[in-house]
Design a protein around this ligand. Structure first.
Ligand SMILES: O=[N+]([O-])c1ccc(O[C@@H]2O[C@H](CO)[C@@H](O[C@@H]3O[C@H](CO)[C@@H](O[C@@H]4O[C@H](CO)[C@@H](O)[C@H](O)[C@H]4O)[C@H](O)[C@H]3O)[C@H](O)[C@H]2O)cc1
Ligand SMILES: [Mg+2]
Length: 367
């Protein structure tokens, strides 16, 4: 259960390094670098394999992974380690409703809401309850509520709005467990951070949190998931235009009082996995797909420089694509064809070697 004094529930814990991302680095990235004679870069890459990132449960089939990581973590905790296992809950019906690249396995027209509850959320609860000594940090449904703030004009988002709200409430009530800390996805400074979006976003998050009974395990919001914004930047980039809330530090400090006033005393996680190069080479702030010139950013840590920030985290595993650049693919999204998107790119979530090399070469701090 969360500390009674409202302090950081992740303090003193390190994030569990899952073997899925580590094996992508060790068995795909490094052999490829060595084959190209890039031995110095290969050595740096072995450092990336040790950095914890979130494991994305983007299908029902991935839920049993909780048992594999839970078993390993339980043994290490029994031996004295202080760990939390970071996971992304990411399988809403009509997923990624304003884009095409990450559409998921469930749809509302195909009994998706019932399946999400019984075969996904309930299954996650069962798995987590089997490991009472292990703590889990959950990022809840990237890009869902954000789309309800800014994309109600998109038919697929409008059709999904009630379900997104109802299923998010179901998820945070069902997963309100003593060994869980949850953070709802809240887009980023360039999305909900626009002044016009802040109040509607705070209201939506507050309403859902209260409607779900203010679950103790819900600690706050996670921002910048799969995006590239700085934690702190001295000068706002050109692409921020009139939005002076142009980094994640400003965004969470702008939102916190609004959320508190809405009955949601939120703290935050910020994804810094791909924000090492600032300003980015984005031609427009809304370009989110495989952006060129980026680098690994601030390493995950619960020792931050802001009392609102529980941890810097790597939620999007750097080197996994944001979406395919194949214009003939079903899930091809034009954003992945943008001039500032690295090509050729594989399907969302697949290993994108050239992107991994880009992140590694531009890493800040360097490996
Ligand atoms: O001058 N003004 O006053 C003013 C006011 C408002 C303005 O409008 C704002 O402009 C912003 C862009 O600047 C828009 O932000 C973009 O919204 C997209 C969703 O529609 C997000 O896309 C998601 O990105 C995820 C990864 O982050 C992907 O995983 C996911 O698949 C993908 O769908 C982009 O990040 C995000 O940058 C806002 O909606 C829009 O409201 C503009 C000017
Ligand atoms: Mg995405």
């Amino acid at each position: 259960s969360p500390p009674a004094d409202g302090s950081n529930p992740l303090a003193g814990k390190s994030f569990y390094v899952n073997n899925y991302y580590a094996s992508e680095v060790l068995s795909i990235a490094i052999p490829s670098l060595i084959a190209e004679g890039k031995t110095a870069l290969a050595a740096k890459a072995s450092g990336v394999a040790k950095v914890p990132s979130f494991y994305w449960m983007d299908t029902r089939a991935k839920v049993p992974k909780i048992a594999e990581y839970g078993k390993d973590a339980a043994a290490r905790i029994a031996a004295g380690e202080k760990l939390t296992v970071p996971l992304v809950v990411y399988d809403l019906p009509n997923r990624d409703c304003a884009a095409l690249a990450s559409n998921g396995e469930l749809s509302l027209d195909n009994n998706g809401a019932a399946i999400y509850k019984t075969e996904y959320i309930d299954a996650i609860k069962t798995q987590i309850q089997a490991f009472p000594t292990v703590h889990f940090t959950l990022a809840i449904e990237p890009d869902s509520l954000g789309n309800l703030v800014t994309n109600m004009n998109v038919a697929k988002c409008q059709a999904a709005a009630t379900a997104y709200k109802e299923l998010t409430q179901y998820a945070i009530k069902t997963l309100d467990l003593p060994n869980v800390t949850m953070y709802l996805d809240a887009g980023h400074a360039g999305w909900l951070g626009w002044p016009a979006n802040q109040d509607p976003a705070a209201k939506l998050f507050g309403d859902i949190y209260k409607a779900a009974g203010s679950p103790k395990a819900v600690r706050g919001l996670v921002t910048n998931v799969s995006n590239y914004n700085a934690w702190k930047i001295a000068t706002c980039p050109v692409y921020a235009e009139s939005n002076t809330v142009c980094d994640e530090s400003k965004y969470i400090n702008a939102m916190a009082p609004k959320l508190k006033a809405a009955g949601f005393p939120a703290h935050f996680l910020v994804d810094t996995g791909r924000s090492g190069v600032q300003p980015t080479k984005q031609q427009a702030w809304g370009n989110w797909c495989n952006v060129i010139g980026t680098g690994f950013g601030i390493r995950p840590s619960t020792s931050t420089d802001d009392p609102l920030l529980d941890a810097w985290v790597w939620v999007k595993p750097g080197g996994e694509a944001d979406g395919t650049s194949d214009t003939s693919a079903t899930r091809y999204d034009a954003k992945c064809g943008s001039p500032d998107a690295l090509k050729p790119a594989p399907e969302a979530g697949s290993w994108f070697q050239a992107y991994f090399v880009q992140l590694l070469e531009n890493a800040n701090p360097a490996f």
